[in-house]
Each structure stands twice: as structure tokens, then as C-alpha cells.
Ligand binder design. Structure first.
Ligand SMILES: [Zn+2]
Length: 119
């Protein structure tokens, strides 16, 4: 059994199958996550390397993830606005398919987007 703390319920007991260790391969920050067996809320907490070592030694599974590549893309043009989003929403609802909208580039956010932004 593993004892962890839910922000709502306090201390809860978990099995090794209830917990996952999460390691970001971009920042090397780690955390552990579980769903509270009492209130079902998803809980994630940062974990230092020594805690990760203990959890992995106890048989808890490790999930490695990475930051999305979009974070490294050059940002050009003005940020999209709520009006842009609303316009795009209406264009999607007009019956045109997404490929046609992307090819037409009628939305301002598409006109301002660089080629790396529309893939
Ligand atoms: Zn709870």
C-alpha cells in the first residue's frame, strides 16, 4: 500500500497500480499522479528524484512525456482574438470542410499564420 494525500480527502491508501510516475523528457521534472479512490479527483504532485526512485522501486509504472514541439515554433503575426475564433467557428459551421478553409485562408488568423503555424 502507498499512502498519498488528496487535497479534498486527506490521506488515502493506494496500490502500486493506482499511481503513475510522470517524467518530462524536456525539463526532466517529475511528478506522480493518481485518481483519489474516495472522491475520484485526479491528483498530480511534483516529485523529487529520491521520491521517484522509491516509487519506481515499489513497482509503480513510469510514463515519459515531452513538451509539444509547438512551443519551439517561431510566433509571427498578431495573436488570434475572440473575434477570430468566433469567425472561424462560424466558418466551420458553414458546411465548408477544414481543408477548404485552410486552403482559402479567409480567416485573419490564417492570413497572419506562418507556414509553420498551419500544418
Ligand atoms: Zn479525494
Amino acid at each position: 500500500m502507498i499512502r498519498a494525500s488528496c487535497p479534498t480527502c486527506g490521506d488515502v491508501e493506494l496500490t502500486t497500480r493506482d499511481v503513475r510516475v510522470l517524467l518530462c523528457s524536456t525539463t526532466y521534472e517529475s511528478s506522480y499522479a493518481f485518481q483519489c479512490p474516495s472522491c475520484r479527483v485526479a491528483v498530480a504532485k511534483p516529485a523529487e528524484a529520491r521520491v521517484v526512485d522509491v516509487l519506481l522501486a515499489a513497482g509503480i509504472s513510469l510514463s515519459v512525456w515531452h513538451m509539444p514541439a509547438e512551443l519551439d515554433e517561431a510566433k509571427t503575426g498578431e495573436p488570434i482574438t475572440y473575434d477570430d475564433l468566433l469567425e472561424f467557428h462560424f466558418q466551420l459551421g458553414s458546411g465548408a470542410d477544414l481543408d477548404t478553409l485552410l486552403a482559402g485562408g479567409t480567416a485573419r488568423w490564417l492570413e497572419n499564420a506562418g507556414p509553420q503555424d498551419v500544418v
